[in-house]
Design a protein around this ligand. Structure first.
Ligand SMILES: [Zn+2]
Length: 115
């Protein structure tokens, strides 16, 4: 599962930070998930608890908070930003397809709360 791989990746990063900073345990991790990142927050939450218990040294009882980030694209023809979730690759202003994704594809750690 795609989400499980992401959880393992996050746990590795958080454990590293915890070790470097000599903390006892991590209480909560806040993640930013882009709307079009392909990650389903529900699946992420499902494997979170199990992965923390089995794969982490510092996150045995760690909460997960997910912040969803809106996806935005830019149209090179009319130089405007638009909402990707509702319009996809087609610019709603000029109908052009000369567009690219600006944000909404990220999966990143925003905050780590320690005990
Ligand atoms: Zn346009």
């Amino acid at each position: 599962m795609h989400e499980l791989g992401i959880v393992f990746h996050i746990i590795r990063q958080v454990d590293e930070v915890a070790q470097e900073n000599k903390v006892n345990a991590v209480r909560k991790v806040t993640l930013e998930i882009g709307e079009v990142s392909g990650v389903i927050p529900h699946y992420l939450e499902e494997c979170w608890k199990w992965a923390c218990l089995n794969k982490s040294k510092y996150m045995k009882d760690c909460q997960l908070e997910i912040i969803s980030l809106k996806a935005t694209s830019f149209c090179q023809d009319c130089q405007k930003l638009y909402d990707t979730a509702t319009n996809g690759k087609t610019c709603p202003f000029c109908g052009g397809s000369n567009t690219y994704l600006v944000s909404g594809n990220e999966v990143s750690i925003r905050n780590i709360e320690v005990v």
